[in-house]
Each structure stands twice: as structure tokens, then as C-alpha cells.
Design a binder for this molecule. Structure first.
Ligand code: NAP
Length: 447
């Protein structure tokens, strides 16, 4: 009987576990997570107002409740205080790392670390109740915000910045974030792309949603669209870009009515510096006007534009982080692999696998993880006869406990869920997430 550890309980980890138990009638899978709560970015990355996507949690839950799958939360693998990769490897026939892309890409421009300039992930983690997130006073005295990047995360944070209390209250957002966002004085959000509108990374469904937000007008400058050569003949574009372009063209030609808040979508502007205001915090972002280079990229024009802002959210993509003891390709931010088999010095390392963003980089939607996990599981099961012959402990749990780790098991997670439902009921809301380590762990141990 094969015993497999999956590290990470987000979509890629859950799909890996699912594929394993569906394909091998005897395999036992432990899904480890450093957090006491499962579901990774579905819990801590999907925007709280995207209930339909969040409901995918139900599917992932079914996987973790399978009788040959066991959730073990609060187990850090790697790092100074974590379980070493080599030790984990001794406890299981195979280990699949599904640890995602835990950090953000940097802009590498002056002023990036000024107070008031945050990565979109820091902001998302705060309103998603991630226990490592801090309340940075994101919206203090903010009227104008600049969001750098035009991907789906940029669309999420722009939308959350203009949502009102009535729309936020039904979500599971923590009360502190809800109060702050509901009282926000933000009137202008500028979402800025360095290339043209037909090269933006957002998807049409997400883009279109911006047009339906109460009391908010979306504005697009027709001059930005005219700069993009692809706008001359939209029919030549792939369907996804054409749909985006049509939505943007509709907004560019719409009459400018009165609205309390505005989202300005800007293009062909690349950030060159974040400028301090008189109070030492962010005051503006300086952009250089760019022009298409004819090969899908842009060149600088030497003309600059400053957009005033008291808040800057850098939304320029995630980045994988090296795990001690595992090989890592720093240029790609991934673990070198072949069809999911971890490569050490170019050769497949027996019993070590990757799936999800740490395997292929931070792209694609949640469903992209399903075929990615399947490919990895194919490789693992092809190797299984050789892997299963190695002696391992009958149950890794006592070994984990001997290493000083007391995992949060499924009943512990169910206790957290109950505590979140009770908190919501006390506040007159639906489920409200617990937002700090102590409260989560206390709830997990209260069974
Ligand atoms: P993304 O899609 O890779 O977009 C990153 C954006 O940052 C691009 O516009 C990129 O422009 C820009 N950028 C990168 N480096 C830059 C720089 N130095 N200066 C200025 N701009 C820069 O990343 P993401 O938005 O973080 O999303 C990650 C993944 O999660 C995506 O696959 C996304 O679809 C997915 N996601 C999906 C949903 C949903 O389905 N609702 C929600 C959130 C996230 P260039 O194109 O010019 O590089």
C-alpha cells in the first residue's frame, strides 16, 4: 500500500489527492498544510464577493473528507522551524509539493517600499483574514489609489476598493476589514497597464463586472485605445482579447455621467518611481508613456505622467519561493521538473513530485490545476512499484508528534468552521472568518 504526502491543501493539492485516490484503490494520502485551515488560495485569494468561485471549496472539501485522505493542518514543511524535507521523505513513499507561489514579483523601482505602497497580495490577505496578514492601515486618508498591473488580481483589488458596506456585509470578510472598507473615502482607482489594452491579462467576465458596480463609473481614455494597433481591426484578434477590447471600447465611448467613484483604466504607462508626499507616505506614481514596439512589447517615449495616489497596490504577479532541501529555478520561480517529477541535477529524484504553480508558474485559473495534478499523478503511479518497496513507518502521525508537531486534523478544522459560524451569528452576519493564529488554534483545539 502506497502512502503519499501532499504538501499544500489548495486546489493543486486537493486535485492531486483526488486523482491519487480515484486512480489507486489502496493509496493513503495525507494532505499537509502550514495553516490550520485548508483550501489555500480558494480561502485566502479568491475575492470574498466571488461566491460562485468560493463555492468550489465544497468540491475540495469532498476530497479532504475521502476515507483514504487525511488533512493535517499546522504542519510547516521546510524553513528554520519546519519539518525538513528529508525527514518528510522518510515518512512517506512519495511526497508531492503543491506549495503554490507564496510571494509577489517586485517592480524594482525607487519608492516601492514607501508606506502606502503594498503588494496586492498583502491587501488581499488582509481582507481575506489570512493569519499572517497585518492591518497596515491600508485606507487611511486615501482618496486616490493606483493599482499597477492589469491582471485578474488587479481587477479584484480595484473592485474591492469601491464596494460598499451593503455588498460586503454578506461576505465572510473579517469584521475589521469590512468596517474599514465600508468607511473608505476612496473615490478614484487608477488601474494601469504598461502595455496596450489588447495585451491586458484580465478575463472578460472579470473586466465586465467592473461596469456593474453600484455608484461607480468605469472610464477608459479613447486616446489609449487608439495607440494600440490591434484596435484597427478587432476581428483579427483571438476571441478573448477581442471580447476585452469590445468591453473597453464601449466604456471609452460612453457618456461621462455623475458617479461617486471612478475606476480609470489606463494603458501604455510603465511605472518608473513611487513618489513620496509631504507626510513621507506615498503621494503619486510617476509613469513613463510607452509605445508599441511592433513585437508585442513596448518602448519608452521619454514622456512622463504623475498620477496622485495615497495608496499603491502592486499587482504584477505572484512568484514561487524556494523550499529548503528542494531544487529551485530562481529565474522561473519553480521547482525544475519533468511531467511533475522533481529533477535533481537533471535527473528525476525518486519519490519527489510537484503540481500547481510551483510546477508550472503562477498562471491559469483554478481548473487549470486539475490536468496539471493528473499529469503529476500519472508520473507518480508509473513509479509506484519501485517506491512502494521502501520501508516507512506504518503511520506518520506518531513520528510527526515525536518531532514536536501537533497537527490540526479534520475535526479541528470543523471546530474552526463552527466558531466562524458562531461569530457570524453574534455579528448578525453569515459566516465570518477568524483572522489570527491564536483564535484559529484555540478554535481548532476546542472540540
Ligand atoms: P497576471 O495575470 O500575470 O498579471 C500581471 C500583470 O502585471 C500584467 O498586466 C503584467 O503586464 C503586469 N506587470 C508585470 N510586471 C510588471 C512591471 N514590472 N511593471 C508593470 N506591470 C507589470 O497576474 P495576476 O493578476 O496576479 O494573476 C495570477 C493568476 O491568477 C492569473 O492566472 C489570473 O488569471 C489568476 N486569477 C484569476 C482570478 C479569477 O479567475 N477571477 C482572480 C485572480 C487571479 P505584462 O503583461 O506587460 O507583463
Amino acid at each position: 500500500m502506497l502512502r503519499v504526502a501532499v504538501v499544500g491543501s489548495g486546489p493543486s493539492g486537493c486535485y492531486t489527492a483526488q486523482s491519487l485516490v480515484e486512480r489507486d484503490p489502496e493509496v493513503h494520502v495525507d494532505v499537509l498544510d502550514r495553516l490550520p485551515c485548508p483550501f489555500g488560495l480558494v480561502r485566502y485569494g479568491v475575492a470574498p464577493d466571488h461566491e460562485k468561485i468560493k463555492s468550489l471549496q465544497g468540491n475540495l472539501r469532498t476530497v479532504l473528507e475521502h476515507d483514504r485522505v487525511r488533512f493535517l493542518g499546522g504542519v510547516q514543511v521546510g524553513g528554520p522551524d519546519g519539518l525538513p524535507v528529508e525527514r518528510l521523505r522518510e515518512m512517506y513513499h512519495a511526497v508531492v509539493y503543491c506549495v503554490g507561489a507564496a510571494t509577489d514579483r517586485r517592480l524594482g523601482i525607487p519608492g516601492e517600499d514607501l508606506p502606502g505602497s503594498w503588494s496586492a497580495t498583502e491587501f488581499v490577505s488582509w481582507y481575506s483574514a489570512h493569519p499572517d496578514a497585518a492591518d497596515e492601515g491600508f485606507l487611511r486618508d486615501v482618496r486616490s489609489a493606483v493599482v499597477i498591473g492589469v491582471g485578474n488580481v488587479a481587477v479584484d483589488v480595484a473592485r474591492m476598493l469601491v464596494r460598499g458596506a451593503g455588498e460586503l456585509r454578506p461576505t465572510d470578510m473579517p469584521q475589521g476589514a469590512l468596517d474599514t472598507l465600508a468607511a473608505s473615502g476612496v473615490t478614484d482607482v487608477h488601474m494601469v497597464g504598461r502595455r496596450g489594452p489588447t495585451q491586458a491579462r484580465f478575463t472578460t467576465k472579470e473586466l465586465r463586472e467592473l461596469g456593474g458596480l453600484p455608484d461607480t463609473a468605469v472610464r477608459v481614455d479613447p486616446a489609449d485605445l487608439a495607440l494600440d494597433p490591434a484596435f484597427a481591426d478587432l476581428s483579427a484578434l483571438p476571441a478573448a482579447q477581442r471580447r476585452n477590447a469590445e468591453v473597453l471600447r464601449g466604456w471609452a465611448s460612453a457618456p461621462r455621467g455623475d458617479a461617486e467613484r471612478h475606476i480609470d483604466l489606463r494603458f501604455f504607462l510603465r511605472p518608473v518611481e513611487i513618489l513620496a508626499g509631504g507626510n513621507g507616505r506615498v503621494g503619486a506614481v510617476r509613469f513613463e508613456r510607452t509605445a508599441p514596439d511592433g513585437h508585442g512589447g513596448v518602448t519608452g517615449t521619454g514622456r512622463y505622467e504623475d498620477i496622485p495616489a495615497q495608496l499603491v497596490l502592486r499587482s504584477v504577479g505572484y512568484r514561487g519561493v524556494a523550499l529548503d532541501g528542494l531544487p529551485f529555478d530562481p529565474s522561473a520561480g519553480t521547482v525544475p521538473n519533468e511531467e511533475g517529477r522533481v529533477l535533481r541535477d537533471g535527473a528525476a529524484s525518486p519519490g519527489e513530485y510537484v503540481a500547481g504553480w510551483i510546477k508550472r508558474g503562477p498562471t491559469g485559473v483554478i481548473g487549470t490545476n486539475r490536468p496539471c495534478a493528473k499529469e503529476t499523478v500519472n508520473s507518480l503511479l508509473a513509479d509506484a512499484p519501485a517506491l512502494a518497496s521502501r520501508e516507512i513507518p506504518a503511520d506518520p502521525l506518531p513520528a510527526l508528534r515525536a518531532a514536536g508537531i501537533e497537527p490540526v486534523t479534520w475535526p479541528g478544522w470543523l471546530s474552526i468552521e463552527r466558531a466562524e459560524a458562531e461569530l457570524g451569528a453574534r455579528l448578525g452576519r453569515n459566516v465570518v472568518k477568524l483572522a489570527d493564529w491564536d483564535t484559529l488554534l484555540e478554535a481548532a483545539r476546542t472540540d
